[in-house]
Design a protein around this ligand. Structure first.
Ligand code: 1GP
Length: 240
């Protein structure tokens, strides 16, 4: 069976930079998806992430079905909650919020997810998720009741990401939070990248081609963008 994780590794070995477009079911009207996906397909997007912090049960599943009919790109669940796990997607980022110390988001939700995962053949990709402060309180911070890591405490961020890798996680995701004022700094990205032997995902607050390229140059293997496309779909034209 085709493995999305293996494909990510192959792309990285060929020096291909990956771009995931994040679609939040809570902010997306099904009738707008057709036009949106046309732009996604014509851009450099390599993956679709679907998820949000506050999404009604079943909304995600319906949206994923619509998206799957409109693209050949892999659709990966980036869950804000267990209820967002759906068989209709291709893979699931099995997140553990390792920047925080809330047991619910370190292991509790994951245990809860197992009975649901047993009924699917979703590819499950263990992912160490680190929330870094960005200048304002984020939804992830509120929902998970955790404190983001300080931007200037680079060594602790590096050590946390490395601990994730040593625990067997397959991806590390540095998250500034949706709509972040400051994206993850290049210093943080390059310091984490130097220590990691697994792919590095970076997201939150990236709104320009320049910020995107800065993240890639600092060492991000995959960048996730949501808000910038939600606010202005013409951003896709810059990414063809
Ligand atoms: C949020 O990292 C993603 O989880 C994307 O953030 O919406 O700010 O692009 P933006």
């Amino acid at each position: 069976m085709k493995s999305i994780y293996q494909d990510i590794l192959v792309s990285i070995s060929k020096n291909k930079k990956l771009l995931a477009v994040l679609i939040d079911p809570d902010k997306t009207k099904p009738e707008n998806v057709f036009g949106f996906m046309k732009k996604v397909n014509a851009s450099m997007t390599s993956h679709i992430f679907v998820g949000g912090s506050e999404v009604d049960v079943n909304v995600t599943e319906k949206l994923v079905s619509i998206i799957k009919n409109l693209t050949d790109l892999p659709v990966i669940i980036f869950p804000g909650d267990v209820s967002q796990i759906t068989q209709k997607a291709d893979a699931l980022l099995f997140l553990s919020l390792i920047s925080g110390r809330n047991p619910d988001y370190l292991i509790g939700k994951q245990v809860e997810a197992v009975s649901k995962l047993r009924q699917t053949i979703l590819e499950v990709i263990p992912t160490g998720y680190l929330l870094i402060e960005n200048g304002k309180e984020t939804t992830v911070q509120k929902v998970t009741a955790t404190t983001p890591m300080l931007r200037n405490n680079i060594q602790e961020i590096v050590d946390t990401a490395k601990a994730g890798e040593l625990l067997g996680m397959k991806l590390i995701y540095l998250e500034a939070g949706s709509g972040a004022l400051h994206p993850i700094t290049e210093d943080i990205i390059s310091s984490v990248k130097q220590e990691l032997n697994i792919p590095l995902i970076v997201g939150g607050g990236i709104r320009s081609n320049e910020q995107l390229n800065n993240a890639y140059q600092a060492g991000a293997d995959m960048v996730v963008i949501g808000t910038a496309f939600e606010e202005d779909e013409s951003f896709f034209n810059e990414l063809v």
